[in-house]
Ligand binder design. Structure first.
Ligand code: OAD
Length: 262
């Protein structure tokens, strides 16, 4: 009888096309706060008397850039002060093992890229923190750390416009290219979809799992707490990403002959 982690490893061994979906829970093991749940950023109002979803919104960036930037800078400093963890490294390793293993992340910390996930199979659906760019003239600035240490909001050196990171703020559209790539890949279908450390609060996160189930693919979730996905996946593994992923990797052997392979 296989353990749940061995079952997941077997599904990975036998899959050709894999989609791994990650959320803030993966970077929680690097010390970053999650958005929802215990210790989540969204649990209380900001000190400025507005919910964080309002502070970190597109309209707020236009109306009161200093206020929005106060909270963007907190996120930025937290990310700059942390490192990818072994969970990110295992995912990059899984992608090296499977040339059709894609990664869809909601995280803006850039840790997947830093851990070695290939750009061409990484979909950062909520954007990323750097480089900053000027909202008025488009001028870019790569040095996030220096900008965060200086006066906020950061202003463009060329035209004095307000700079911003290429993240998706509340009430903003998702990046067109990321959405296009995601739906193009979903159209090709996946044999395995694995959600890790996400509360699956958005339809474009739930949909890949449901589409995979509908075509008979294997679906799994790794999360210490149950989510809306937990009852909808084939396999729910209760645990921290940092505990489960290294053990998963120890059971992977992609050269195995699978009963289901052609
Ligand atoms: P959430 O904060 O909504 O959910 C984090 C999930 O991680 C929860 O289900 C936790 O149970 C789980 N978790 C906590 N610690 C974990 C660990 N060590 N290992 C595995 N899982 C763990 O974060 P997301 O689902 O990523 O968007 O949130 C999605 C989006 O909501 C964010 O990208 C952000 C926010 O609005 C924007 O800012 C646009």
């Amino acid at each position: 009888m296989l353990s749940p982690i061995e079952q997941l490893a077997q599904a990975f061994n036998c899959a050709e096309r894999v989609l791994i979906i990650t959320g803030a829970g993966l970077s929680a093991d690097s010390g970053l706060p999650t958005y929802r749940g215990v210790g989540g950023l969204y649990n209380s109002n900001t000190n400025d008397g507005v919910p964080i979803e309002v502070a970190l919104s597109g309209p707020m960036l236009q109306r009161d850039p200093a206020l929005c930037w106060k909270y963007l800078a907190e996120l930025g400093r937290a990310c700059l002060g942390a490192q990818p963890n072994q969970g990110h490294e295992v995912i990059a390793q899984l992608q090296r093992l499977k040339p059709h293993c894609w990664l869809l992340t909601q995280n803006i910390d850039g840790f997947h890229r830093a851990a070695g996930s290939p750009d061409e199979r990484l979909i950062e659906i909520h954007g990323q923190l750097a480089p900053l760019y000027c909202q008025s003239c488009g001028q870019k600035d790569d040095d996030l750390a220096r900008r965060l240490a200086a006066a906020l909001p950061p202003l463009c050196r060329r035209c004095a416009g307000v700079m911003r990171p290429p993240v998706v703020l509340f009430e903003e559209m998702l990046p067109e290219k990321a959405i296009h790539t995601l739906y193009e890949q979903l159209g090709e279908g996946f044999d395995l979809v694995l959600a890790i450390g996400t509360s699956a609060s958005f339809p474009y996160i739930v949909e890949p799992v449901l589409r995979a189930r509908a075509i008979g693919a294997f679906t799994a979730e790794i999360n210490p707490a149950r989510t809306d996905l937990s009852d909808r996946v084939d396999l729910y593994i209760a645990g921290r990403a940092l505990d489960v992923l290294p053990e998963l990797l120890s059971h992977i052997s992609v050269n195995r002959i699978c009963k289901s392979s052609p």
